[in-house]
Structures are given as C-alpha cells and as structure tokens.
Design a binder for this molecule. Structure first.
Ligand SMILES: [Zn+2]
Length: 207
C-alpha cells in the first residue's frame, strides 16, 4: 500500500515580504502586473487547498491523483482507496498531512470559495488587486452561540500569509495603504474587534 504522506502536498502560504512589496507599490500608484499575478495565483492555489482540506475534514477526501471523491468515517486506521485510480492512503496519514498548517477553512470557507470563483473572471490588475485586498481582510465568523451581532474570531490572513496569528495581525496593521485600500482595512478592524468585545461581555456576565 502506498501510504507515503510525502505525496500529499499543499500549497504554501504567501510570504509577508511579497505582500508588503505589493502594498508599498500599490500605495505609490505603481501597478506591478507580475507581482499581482504571482500573489493572486498563489492565493488561488492555497484557497483551493483550503476548500479541499475542509471537505476532507467533513468526510470527503479528494483523490490526489484523479480528484475522485472518497468518503470516510474519521477513523485514523481507515484505508482510503480510490476506486478510479491506484491511489491509497489512510485517513490518519491524510489528516497529518494538513494539520497545524492553517489549511482549514473554518468560519471563513465562503471567503476562500468566493476568491476561487471570482479570480478567473478578474481581467485587470486592479480587479485582481481588489480580490486580493478583500481576501486578506476577511475574518472567520463564529457561528456558535446566538448573538445579536456576528462575532469574528481570527483573520483569514493567517491561512494565506505566513507567520503566527499575532504576527500576521501586526503585519496587517502596519501595511502601507493608499487611500482606496483603507476602507477594507477599517472594516477588518471592526470585525476583528468583535471578538475582544465578546470576551469582555462574557467576563462581565461571569463576574
Ligand atoms: Zn483516484
């Protein structure tokens, strides 16, 4: 049986350095087509992998060779074998291949799906830049309890840009932005602050 987990590869996150360069140029009014395409494509691949991993965590693994869907029952020893080609692995091996890599779509799956659906239709560098800008300023929505207002837990940026959660938040705060990019950032700041507010309110209720 071929259960070599080295065979299961995922697209990496994009470096902070690249994103910083993109925003610095954008703020100066410089349109770097190549860099925009490079980042947009990397995000596209990453988002596709996030969708694949999220589906897998819900019971549907996509064969890495032929994309056939294999259903499983979350048993680590369970053998996943594709009935359309020769690929085989165990759920445990597959699970290990994506854990701790910020590859689960969680409460932001819609944002990743939206990017994958819209990027191929984006024609101009500005169209692509808008999609990139929106994606990195999305946040995971928590759908747990019943709140009057939605609560957002973590930035999507941590799924697609390298670095730890704390670092990525600081990184986004410090990005150079032209006037036309400020609104998405302001909206993001509001979203992210809902979590702190929620924690504060909980503390008040408990005490
Ligand atoms: Zn297959």
């Amino acid at each position: 049986m071929n259960s070599d987990r080295e065979l299961i590869r995922w697209s990496p996150r994009v470096s902070q350095q690249k994103i910083r360069k993109l925003y610095e140029q954008d703020a100066k009014g410089i349109v770097d087509d190549e860099l925009i395409d490079d980042i947009a494509f990397s995000f596209f691949m990453r988002c596709q992998d996030i969708i694949t991993v999220t589906d897998a965590s819900l019971g549907k693994v996509k064969c890495i060779k032929c994309e056939n869907i294999i259903h499983h029952n979350w048993n680590k020893d369970e053998v996943l074998s594709c009935n359309k080609c020769s690929w085989e692995t165990t759920w445990g091996t597959y699970l290990k291949s994506y854990q701790k890599k910020q590859l689960h779509g969680g409460g932001a799956l819609g944002a990743f799906k939206n990017f994958v659906a819209k990027l191929p239709k984006a024609r101009t560098p500005e169209d692509k830049m808008i999609l990139i800008d929106r994606l990195i300023h999305e946040a995971h929505q928590w759908t747990g309890p019943n709140f009057e207002e939605p609560v957002f837990t973590r930035p999507v940026a941590v799924n697609i840009i390298s670095g730890k959660l704390k670092d990525v938040k600081v990184f986004l705060d410090q990005l150079s932005r032209g006037p036309e990019r400020k609104e998405t950032y302001n909206e993001w700041t509001k979203k992210i602050s809902t979590w702190d507010k929620y924690v504060e309110e909980r503390k008040k209720k408990v005490s």
